[in-house]
Design a protein around this ligand. Structure first.
Ligand SMILES: *[C@@H]1O[C@H](CO)[C@@H](O)[C@H](O)[C@H]1NC(C)=O
Length: 159
């Protein structure tokens, strides 16, 4: 028996095949997660990397559009609490570049950030900021039009 593409059976088959995964996704999304989930308001749409800063009791996140944000978690954090992201780093001279991997270097009280021109691959740098004042401590250019002829792209998986 041939199955026609317009037959009722085929339409029911397509409905079931697509409804089951959608129903599963909805049930997973609505289920109470087994671990604590933090909800926060953000001005951006995509955060590349997030690290927990124990001493500051905050998450630090890097912005794909460039910059770094801090999300402070109060001690009395309840599951319904919605936290706020505060922009702590926005370097105008790096505008157009993405902030990628970050790592908290507590012994030196600094945050290391890989900055790169994601689309054009014409620039990348490692930048360090003071974790208390957010002043830039150094910027080491890794690649750019004048250096290494665009050959390297910063490895954003900082350990
Ligand atoms: C990234 O930053 C560098 C250094 O300031 C700048 O020269 C370059 O134009 C920026 N990249 C983009 C895509 O804007």
């Amino acid at each position: 028996m041939a199955l026609s593409l317009c037959s009722l059976r085929f339409l029911i088959f397509i409905f079931l095949v697509s409804a089951i995964p959608v129903a599963y996704i909805i049930s997973v999304e609505r289920a109470k997660p087994p671990t604590h989930v933090f909800h926060y308001h953000s001005a951006g749409f995509f955060r590349e990397c997030a690290k927990w800063d124990d001493q500051g009791s905050r998450f630090l996140v890097s912005f794909l559009e460039g910059g770094v944000g801090a999300i402070h978690v109060p001690e009395d954090d309840s599951p319904d609490l919605v936290l706020n992201e505060v922009t702590v780093v926005k370097d105008f001279d790096l505008t157009g570049n993405a902030s990628l991997g970050i790592t908290v270097d507590r012994p030196r009280n600094r945050l290391l950030v890989v900055v790169a021109d994601l689309l054009g691959n014409r620039y990348s740098a490692l930048v360090a900021y003071d974790l208390s004042t957010w002043k830039r401590l150094f910027l080491a250019q890794l690649s750019g039009p004048s250096k290494y002829n665009h050959l390297s792209f910063a490895n954003y998986k900082l350990v």
